[in-house]
Design a protein around this ligand. Structure first.
Ligand SMILES: [Zn+2]
Ligand SMILES: [Zn+2]
Length: 134
């Protein structure tokens, strides 16, 4: 099943592909405007929702509640610091094989998976540790 993308969806798809990172709808809106592409914020949200249903775009939700969108092909996981909010990308995907097994055993077409690690980054960890250690 292949749904036809609208022009707005195409623009957002190409922008996500070009930037190759996760962005919020607001960031995408700003980037599009910088590129002289006039798409309203409501249309950005609607297009992202449609692309998500097509299995093209995936969403990550940060501890702040902000949603970040990226293309599904980017099987990328992160270590996210709950204190300063920085996300550190990691290169490996430990569930890649599991995904293939599940597709076969459950006859389920997996579009994407999410896997997030939350905690304290090195810098925040040392800041937090000091008051406890004396
Ligand atoms: Zn941190
Ligand atoms: Zn993965």
């Amino acid at each position: 099943m292949k749904a036809q993308k609208t022009r707005s969806q195409e623009k957002i798809f190409h922008l996500l592909k070009t930037l190759a990172r996760s962005l919020s709808a607001q960031d995408l809106y700003v980037e599009l405007r910088r590129r002289k592409q006039t798409i309203g914020l409501a249309t950005v949200y609607r297009s992202l929702e449609a692309l998500k249903l097509q299995g093209v775009v995936q969403v990550r939700t940060l501890p702040s509640g902000e949603s970040l969108y990226s293309l599904v092909q980017q099987d990328q996981h992160h270590l996210t610091c709950v204190h300063c909010g920085q996300s550190i990308p990691i290169d490996e995907c430990p569930v890649h094989d599991l995904e293939e097994r599940l597709e076969q055993s459950h006859h389920f077409k997996v579009y994407y998976h999410t896997l997030e690690f939350f905690g304290l980054c090195d810098r925040c960890h040392s800041l937090h540790r000091e008051p406890l250690s004396n």
